[in-house]
Ligand binder design. Sequence first.
Ligand code: HZT
Ligand code: MN
Ligand code: MN
Length: 525
Amino acid sequence: MAGPVGEVDNLKVDAPPGEEADDGEEDAEEGADTASSLQGRSQKQQRQEETQEEQEEEEDKTASAASQAPAPSPTGEAKGDVEGVDGEEGDPDAAADAGETGAGAAKKRKKKKKKKGSAGVSTCPGGTGSKVAPARGVTGFTDSYVRHGQTEPPTIPVEDLFEEGSFPEGEILEHPRDFNSFRITSEEKRAEERLQYAGLYDKARKAAEVHRQVRRHAQSYIKPGIKLIDMCTTLEEKNRELVRENGLDAGIAFPTGCSLNHVAAHYTPNNGDDTVLKHGDVMKVDFGTQVEGHIIDCAWTVSFDPQFDPLLEAAREATNAGIRNAGIDVPLNEVGAAIQEVMESYEVEINGTTYPVKSMRNLTGHNIGPYDIHAGKSVPIVKGGDSTRMEEGEFFAIETFGSTGRGHVVEDLECSHYMKDINAPRVPLRLPKARQLLSHISKTFGTLAFCRRWLERPDGGSATINGVSGKQEKYVGALKQLCDSGLVNALPPLCDVRGSYVAQYEHTILMRPTCVEVLSRGDDF
Ligand code: HZT
Ligand code: MN
Ligand code: MN
């Protein structure tokens, strides 16, 4: 599909002084189109009999714990009667469109013209009115966590704010489509939930509450002039604190994406990157939390210049359309069509030129499994995808990307994100450095994504696991080896054309037997 991006060596970095490139091989990677490479990764459903674990056990006995999926432990009922996060929706459009298909809604919607120079940030009609929203592109109030007993700034681990079994429920939606109307009342389905899923829901809700509090705090300090590396470090430290990081049992789920402008996803600064956030930037803040492998993947877009407001609104409403249309037995391609209808009903004027907002054709949402950020299904954001259906019990990241560019991404720029391949074939590793690095990755991150900054921390990415002696030194060659051997996947930044702007919003939702729960919904977006 897309032209090769192979001229770009995504793994190449300036090796730190003293590090030898221990591999002379050219890594002229075939420039796989991003869509097909993502698809390829998702075909890892066919589990291989022989895994890498046996091999790693020789290296490190603790290594394999990482890839064990936890069994949902049925604790008490998830009551979730704490003051909900729903009911504070700040968007009249979203309410007006509720229940319509994306197509129906979009037909009636006039093309959005530039919203010019609206004075400040919006307020949230459902809130207390005590404080204004902290940023463009979000609504809500800064007291959204203080009401749960949290300090300002937040310092109390979220698990200390709630009784077990009572983390706040996300937004509850009825499954769409006539064939699902029995679910909300079905006594059988309700019993099924109580028995099978209560403990699992509570863990995912805890991860979601951590996400809401960490992001609300972030929305207060993300300002033009901040160094992106400082923003990421601050956000990640708060994430570790509020989730009460504990090895692989609770923590960060993946690196903090802060992709700018034409970069849609998978950019986080490597050490030495001094990029500063500018007033004219459009930044996607995409971070994850996990509790016993239950991952919340949720993102929003930051901008300061009001001319981008329609672009942000397009992506926010397209994501909401995807969420409204998602449900058990709904074909994924129909969700994609609904998303595209809403996204492409917008246009945006930037510096005097009007652009249609395009739904990015080779980016998708995805289902999420335990410790597995992409568990095999993709949720398209354009029409024409396959008709695989959503199923009961599945978690989905519903994410949409609107672009003023081509609406198509390619891999480009220096790579920061990496992830062990959950179905990695058994590959003999001769070189001690590569074996040691793989062992470190397995015990520290398991199959969760990680970034170079974390390898270079004194704790190598986890104080619980490595204390202060986890720092990886001169690891770049070894990391390249692991990528070349297929054990670790490099996930380079995904970019539209230079000069374009991309906005993204993302929520994690759960296909409960009785309803759809938008786990990560907050009063901000
Ligand atoms: C990969 C690495 C991460 C999953 C989507 C995504 C950010 O593009 C099937 C569909 C975090 C997430 C992911 F560090 N990706 N969501 N949020 N990126 S993906 C994908 O690789 S796989 C989409
Ligand atoms: Mn994400
Ligand atoms: Mn995602």
